[in-house]
Design a protein around this ligand. Sequence first.
Ligand SMILES: [Zn+2]
Length: 365
Amino acid sequence: MKSDTENKKSKKVLKTTADPFLIDLLKSSSPSGYEFEAQKVIEKYVTPVADSMKKDALGNRMATINSKGSPHVLMMGHMDEIGFIIRYINKDGFLFFDTIGGHDVGLISGRKVRILTEKGMVYGITGRRAIHLLTAEERKQMPKLQSIWIDIGARSKEEAMKRVSVGDAVVYDNEPFYMDNGLLCARGIDDRGGTYVVQEVLRRLSKKKMAASLTSVSTTQEEIGTRGAIPAAYEVHPDIGIAVDVGHATDFPDGDSNKLGEFKLGAGPILARGPNICPRVFAELKACAERLKIPYQVEAESGPTGTDARVIQMSREGVATGLVSIPLRYMHTPHELACLDDIEWVVQLLVEFVSSLKPGDKFEW
Ligand SMILES: [Zn+2]
């Protein structure tokens, strides 16, 4: 075990800017069920290099290379992000909404938001009674969702309805930006980071000779129950499946390592172990990291993980499954924080994994 100082010395920041493909994904608005903009980014960067690009009724994007190869590897990273949906427009033109995916309700008010309408983007702000106007009791509590609204500056229901409709989706209006030490801050790195990784692996392997065939899927609706992954895993029918998602880093002031284990930004991909993971896939991923001298962190998951990996493993007759995660601080907040080196290392690790597979190896054990 290296001391902290040694670790610091050996830790070099390799990347300080991101691939434009990743930035375009992070700029897109892609709440679950409304992944239109992310789909366009995937098509722009991946369709030209893939042998085929399939879509389905759930909105998944499935790119394949070397389709005659074996084993057939599936990689999944979900392209949806958390957001909101407009439920009710009151007589004064204020919009009330529900959440799409898991939100910290305490963070919702006081934000600039994008409303995705059929006629294009409408900007608004999330309003709530000011702190001075809350009762002593209200100040102690988490706000109720119904005590927050979206203000688009309309003066009546009629005025608002000219611009927005019930059922329009909403996301926070934050743009990605860089921070010191090769860190990238953006909303929805969960899991546009993962969807970038699986498609970038396919892009890098598209000209390479290899035994395996690869289908990289940008799934939809993961945040509301891994829903896009279900038909996609069935359709792809792989031998081996790897989900790429984000994992909680614990390197912040009250990160609970006793509960979660210890995970740091910039300390490499997180490889999951546990019942959801095929032991041979884990062992092979670890061996690949060691061959490439990529640092890695191991996460224990006692049951089905809250990722597309849970769906992949139980698809059809069962699939040898792995899960690789990008360490992330502040998951499901408007400003998620990841390290560019970790993202690049996950890409390199999975390029090595797929290209080193032996013909026909189905990872039975
Ligand atoms: Zn998530």
